[in-house]
Design a protein around this ligand. Sequence first.
Ligand code: URA
Length: 424
Amino acid sequence: MNIIDIINKTKKSQELNEEEIAWLVKNYTDGEIPDYQMSAWLMAVCLNGLTEKETFALTAAMRDSGDVLRLNIPFTVDKHSTGGVGDKTSLIIGPIVAACGVCMAKMSGRGLGHTGGTIDKLESIEGYRTNLPLGEFEAILKKTGFSIISQTGALCPADKKMYALRNATGTVDSIPLICASIMSKKLAMNADCLVLDVKYGTGAFMKTKEDAEKLAVLMEKAGRSAGKKCKAVVTDMNVPLGKNIGNALEVKEAIELLQGKIKDTLYDVCIELSADLLELAGKGTNEECIRMAENAVSSGKALDVLRETIRLQGGNENICDDTSLLPQPLLKYEIRATKGMKILGFNCEELGMTSLLLGAGRLNKTDKIDMSAGIVMNCSVGDQLAADDIIMTLYSTVCSDFSDAAVRALNAVKFKITEKPSYT
Ligand code: URA
């Protein structure tokens, strides 16, 4: 086998066999194939696509490039979201399904660019350790049924190398490559059931619903072809999920939801995804699982799971009863309407970038973040605002000049009427 033949085959849309794909991934991961040749192959994939068979072979080869997790726990579930703005669902769904007797073992990543990351959110909790050895991860899972830690370097080294190369060569936006990248990591986690939340819209990787549906179908098939129970759902990321964007602000909202104080779209999405996981895990019909998930919230049992998991991971569990113990911003800035205006929509990518400017996110992997920073949306799509009503509130500790963030925030609001809102 040689790399030139492989590049040429994909360039001519000829199907590669499993051995060729396994050889390609192994030799690239081992450093035998240089970046420039892998880039040529990735670009050929971007232009010509891959067949389903090739995509599943690529997924399996990438999964097998590193460790495949074998926890000493009989049955686990996992969920994955393709990334968004204000998406704190893992912090809510994990405790809900655990409270219903189904163990969720999850490894997550950090935020980059306009999207947030679950690990950053958890690290806004004082003392919370995300870097646990696998033995401790397993012990917590056995006690509470829920734990989230950061991804270990031993899983999917092929994806680490390939994703960095794709970022540098304009080859990220290919549905088969995205499928293989995400599913190889999920399959290396080796959960028995998987729910995949594929997002579309301004804040998502997939800008159109049609593309999100294609990716969802392919990911679901990739999971099933690897022997997993798998369900993919497509959800809207044209509006932020919930009202809060930013690390500590999102943890606060997750806790308030588990305290039973929030019953909005975020609640509905979390109940639906939890019920999908419970159903896959054989807990009952979808309707029964919806009721089970709702009871886990209303009884306070899901909050109890979160409280105990935070304690076992070294975090201050008292935040579950008093969210003012989370990092508090020193500064705030309200964006208000000057006259009546109707809210038509938001650009989530712009909201994510506003949050980044406030200090809540990072442009480069090594940037430090302000855990207290972010945005609270004070209105929803369809709202009619009167003069002086607050559109959104910006928070920060590190950003003393809000002018850039305010311009960006206003750019993110689509509204109908004559007069524009002013900065206060
Ligand atoms: N997220 C991933 O992990 N991989 C991709 O290719 C795109 C999004």
